[in-house]
Design a protein. Structure first.
Length: 446
């Protein structure tokens, strides 16, 4: 019998169907057993005899044939898409038996610690709230891709093994590449700039890697980067204009298409009615000083507390959850960032903050070959290591720039998650590559 999904069964009232899935819950009532069968589409209530359901337990994988019928009025569940019907089973085949779960997956909240959540990731991802996180993330990525295509951007796939550190610095993962040393890419930056010289407007959805020696709620060693780059810009502010449209569209798509997921987390997408305020770094730090007396006015970046404070200011004064911070010091930005002609100590760069954390980084790039070579030397990098990249500029590059969005960070902020690791299917950090590294080290010693 042809299989249909759980939610499709509403179209087959009084008809025989076949369904497959996992046992989400079992309830025994005398000689009658109710099984909540879970598949990718949702939950379906199955009614069967205790004989037919003998030895069946939660997470067993079943194939069931039966007839779809209306539920009695008193048993209708308005919270389920299939809440008005049920399947009267005539045949059950156990495809796979499951062992007893180490914790309860039926609860509305998955009551486990973060280490347990990640230690048992193949199981905890089955919980409705875990799945909801990644349905939202999928919408974010789909919306980004759709918007880029609508704006006539060309999609490319960026390499993740690179010959040099993209951003400079020591925060890179070296890779043994045959008889040579290569690195995991910190970003697709150099490649998207090269391709501006080919397609003018490009984007990519890729993995990026940062060997940051920190264990915080806001950092990952591997993350999803949503990158765009475009040529022939009239002003670096064009980039912020596009970024604002893009973020508004992403948040609006999540608001429209992820209503149930937002409801599960008690979150709303709001604060989209006003233009996003734009503040220079020093202006933002002055506002923070006046509000808190915390004096970071000479620091090259906002602290996490400062990011939260300036977002609170934007919420109170501008009725928005978003705020652009611009003109970061040149020494704080990568070698390719364009200096402000009016004050070369600062750059034509920006961060976009959302609900207290940076979710986008971007700016105008240096497109003149000689100026770029000079900056490479100034930053203590070797020109010979960047000759491949420099070809694109040596043979003509228009004024250009771009930005990158962190998919996990946007997901975290939309849903109000406590830790960025919750927004990564399989997070990598200093202490974990699926298994805890301390555990692996102990096993090796033995």
């Amino acid at each position: 019998m042809k299989r249909v999904s759980a939610t499709e069964t509403v179209k087959y009232l009084k008809k025989e169907v076949g369904v497959c899935g996992w046992v989400n819950r079992r309830r025994d009532h005398g000689g009658v057993v109710f099984l909540d069968l879970r598949d990718r589409s949702g939950i379906l209530q199955v009614v069967c005899s205790s004989k037919l359901a003998k030895d069946i337990k939660e997470e067993d994988v079943l194939a069931i044939n039966g007839k779809v019928r209306k539920r009695p009025p008193e048993m209708i569940n308005p919270n389920l898409e299939t809440g008005k019907i049920e399947l009267e089973a005539s045949r059950i085949e156990v495809l796979t038996k499951a062992e007893s779960l180490p914790f309860d997956l039926k609860t509305q909240e998955l009551k486990v610690s973060l280490p347990t959540l990640l230690d048992f990731r193949p199981i905890t991802l089955r919980h409705p709230k875990s799945k909801a996180i990644f349905r939202v993330q999928e919408e974010i990525i789909d919306s980004f891709r759709k918007n880029m295509k609508d704006l006539d951007f060309f999609e490319f796939q960026a390499p993740t093994i690179v010959p040099v550190a993209t951003e400079g610095g020591a925060e890179v993962f070296p890779v043994k590449y045959f008889d040579y040393t290569a690195y995991l890419a910190q970003s697709p930056q150099l490649y998207k700039q090269i391709l501006v010289g080919v397609f003018e407007k490009v984007f990519t959805v890729t993995k990026a890697y940062r060997a940051e020696p920190s264990v915080t709620t806001r950092h990952l060693c591997e993350y999803i980067s949503l990158d765009m780059e475009m040529g022939f810009i009239d002003s670096w502010e064009d980039l912020m204009d596009i970024c604002q449209i893009l973020i508004y569209n992403i948040l609006s798509d999540v608001k429209e298409n992820c209503k149930e997921e937002l409801k599960m987390f008690g979150q709303e997408v709001s604060g989209l009615g006003e233009p996003v305020p734009r503040l220079k770094l020093r202006e933002a730090q002055q506002i923070i000083f006046e509000r808190t007396r915390r004096d970071n006015r000479k620091e090259p970046d906002l602290t996490p507390e400062d990011e939260k404070e300036i977002c609170q200011w934007a919420k109170e004064k501008k009725k928005t959850d978003l705020v652009f911070i611009t003109h970061f010091p040149a020494k704080k930005r990568p070698f390719y960032t364009y200096p402000d002609p009016e004050d070369p100590e600062y750059t034509l760069s920006f961060d976009l903050l959302y609900r207290g954390i940076e979710i986008v980084t971007g700016g105008q790039r240096i497109h003149e070959y000689e100026k770029l070579v000079k900056n490479i030397t100034k930053f203590g990098l070797k020109k010979k290591n960047l000759e491949f990249y420099l070809q694109a500029f040596k043979y003509g590059m228009p004024p250009e720039g771009g930005f990158a969005l962190g998919a996990e960070r946007i997901t975290k902020q939309i849903l109000g998650l406590e830790n960025l690791r919750e927004a990564s299917f399989f997070p990598r950090d200093m202490g974990r590559i699926d298994q805890r590294l301390t555990t692996l080290k102990t096993k090796r010693k033995k």
